[in-house]
Design a protein around this ligand. Sequence first.
Ligand SMILES: Nc1nc2c(c(=O)[nH]1)N[C@H]1C(S)=C(S)[C@@H](COP(=O)(O)O)O[C@H]1N2
Ligand SMILES: [Mo]
Length: 410
Amino acid sequence: MGSKRTARRRFLKEGAALAGLAVGVPSASGQTLGSVRAERPTDLTVARSLMAYGERARFVKTSRFVYEDAWDLHTDPNGKDAHTVLDQQLGIITPAPLHYIQSHGNPPPDIDPTQHRLMIHGMVDRPLVFTMDELMRFPAVSRIHYIECIGNAPNPRAKTLEAMHGMISCSEWNGVLLSVLLKEAGVRSGASWIMAEGADATKHGKSVPMGKVMQDVLVAYGQNGEPVRPHQGYPLRLVVPGFEGKYHVKWLRGIKVVDQPYMTYWEQSSYIKGENHQGAYSPAQGPKSVITFPSAGQRLPSRGFYTVKGFAWSGGGAVRRVEVSTDGGRTWNDAHLPEQPLRIALTRFEFPWTWNGGEAVLQSRCTDDVGRVQPSAADHARFWGSHKAPHGNPIQPWRVTNEGHVLNAL
Ligand SMILES: Nc1nc2c(c(=O)[nH]1)N[C@H]1C(S)=C(S)[C@@H](COP(=O)(O)O)O[C@H]1N2
Ligand SMILES: [Mo]
């Protein structure tokens, strides 16, 4: 923990230098600092709807990133897969309207919650069908967890943070533990898997091992304090903490208790190559981190002090340590973790850095509380070869040029 204290001391010292700079700088126009009140017409209809459900400040324009060709490929305006913009996220919770979307180009089904049912069947003593109201009568839990797509990975050809790292988001999920529902149904001996099925056009299905199911799998109807958004699976989605995105079945309508994995469409096509079945039934994702500031696509305005910021996470538990290197990996120092890391959730890290105006390569490395360390791109590639890795978690280096442009250094 000694190195952590050193990092904090350095942070305070260099941070204080920055504060010293800012004080005494007069505002350019000579006006008082503070807010300027803009005149807004008071339209009662607008006012009423704003009181009923708020909207963000009109100056805030943060939006999800959608690949240009997605607009050509899919004609349904609701059927776009989209990335979140991690460098715009303040804190560990992703606002639901900015949560990444991966529905393979399909629009969310329009589900009336009063008509929706969750069926539990297969190797159970009592097959059960639940309405939403019935599900809500069970004791609920709220858990902060990230969800990340298997395709979220550094890529030498990509140019921006959101292109490579935009398929991860973190929410507070609220719902019933699946173990509670399975106890109601009575799991028969010999049952070792479940097969979860969604109500979308492709009937997305995923097998989940029973050990994981009984541990912490959630049937969620709430996301960040309100019902799960349509793109995220309204009215019901499975949350399988720390397992890759595909496990988190949206628009959940069926749980079949079985004695083997089911090899659904989404468990074979493009997920199994050669002898490698890891991609199909991958366990908890490894430790991962990425610097979000400065990151590819951004530009540093001038030399001087900056707070390097980023997120770390692990499917295996809590983040224990994040190190940052600002010299291309020659030396590493402990980053500061401002908050107590949560299990299987985004964790913020910060690192004080003074840019001297020269070329620099910045990168971060995460260690989780089961002792796993985020691999370098070379080690990751050596281990997985040409197979689809169950987690694209290699270290992401960013190169700062003499002009302050930040580029992908892979
Ligand atoms: N029913 C259904 N569930 C699904 C999918 C889908 O297409 N249909 N996509 C999966 C994939 S590949 C991922 S990465 C996550 C994405 O969740 P999100 O769209 O809420 O970010 O949902 C998973 N659950
Ligand atoms: Mo995914």
